[in-house]
Design a protein around this ligand. Structure first.
Ligand code: OAD
Length: 237
């Protein structure tokens, strides 16, 4: 661990929400073992069968509304609150559990499940109910133009300029609960290493695809390893 980091970027993935009861994607019972991501997580899949895609996200939205943040979300919110340097939490998760735990300096690079977007006018707004093919956009009035505000494969992740700026400045990069299989997030550790300025840490249940690129690795359930890591970090700052 760097003795006194001044600027921290934390990247999270589905593993941080697993113990809140939200499924991960690539674990044994993960979502991508039950659904073909080409069908439910691509613009082409949505064009082919929008009902299937709405059903998939409607079910995930209902699960999310029932879920609650866990000790890992709470620890990251505490880190943001108590750390006096620059801090940014970048999440690949479309759930809102980080916000509900109190995180504020947070970017959802893969979008947000509890928001909808109009494909016609680009309106984005909060939405907690099921989506269907007939509801009209409240902004432009177009019927059937609404989709979940999530990034699908083949689409550009959000906030990449701000994320790149934070990665360029950080002296501690921590990756939590992600398999390291989806780019650009999977490439962040290599970007940081190339610049040579930051300590890199992986917290995960198992070694990720990019584990060898991290200087420090701690393996275990997020609700154990994240609070312990945050307390150790706060003791050095
Ligand atoms: P994955 O399902 O690919 O990986 C989840 C990681 O979390 C795995 O490495 C697990 O070992 C780990 N994990 C599982 N349970 C855990 C626990 N209790 N504590 C700590 N770690 C645990 O999910 P992501 O890496 O987030 O994108 O997936 C990245 C992107 O792929 C997602 O944002 C989504 C998906 O397709 C889109 O849909 C665009």
């Amino acid at each position: 661990m760097t003795p006194r980091p001044r600027s921290i970027v934390v990247l999270t993935g589905a593993g941080v929400s697993a113990e809140s009861g939200l499924g991960t994607f690539r674990d044994k019972d993960g979502l991508w073992t039950k659904y073909d991501l080409q069908d439910v997580a691509t613009p082409e899949g949505f064009a082919r069968n929008p009902v299937l895609v709405h059903d998939f996200y409607n079910a995930r939205r209902r699960n999310l509304v029932e879920a609650t943040p866990n000790a890992a979300h709470a620890a990251l919110a505490e880190l943001e609150r108590r750390f006096d340097g620059d801090f940014l939490l970048v999440t690949q998760n479309v759930d809102d559990l980080h916000e509900r735990a109190g995180s504020q300096k947070l970017l959802h690079m893969h979008g947000e499940l509890l928001k909808i977007r109009c494909e016609r006018c680009d309106m984005v707004r909060p939405h907690r109910d099921d989506l269907d093919l007939v509801t009209a956009c409240p902004a432009c009035g177009t019927a059937g133009s609404l989709r979940p505000h999530v990034v699908w494969f083949g689409e550009m992740p959000l906030y990449m300029d701000a994320i790149d700026d934070a990665l360029a400045l950080c002296d501690l990069f921590v990756s939590i609960g992600t398999s390291g299989q989806v780019y650009p997030a999977a490439g962040f550790v290599a970007d940081v290493r190339r610049r040579g300025q930051a300590h890199t840490v992986e917290l995960n249940l198992d070694p990720s695809d990019g584990f060898s690129l991290f200087a420090e690795k701690i393996y275990g359930p997020a609700t154990d390893v994240v609070p312990a890591f945050v307390q150790r970090l706060l003791a050095t700052t």
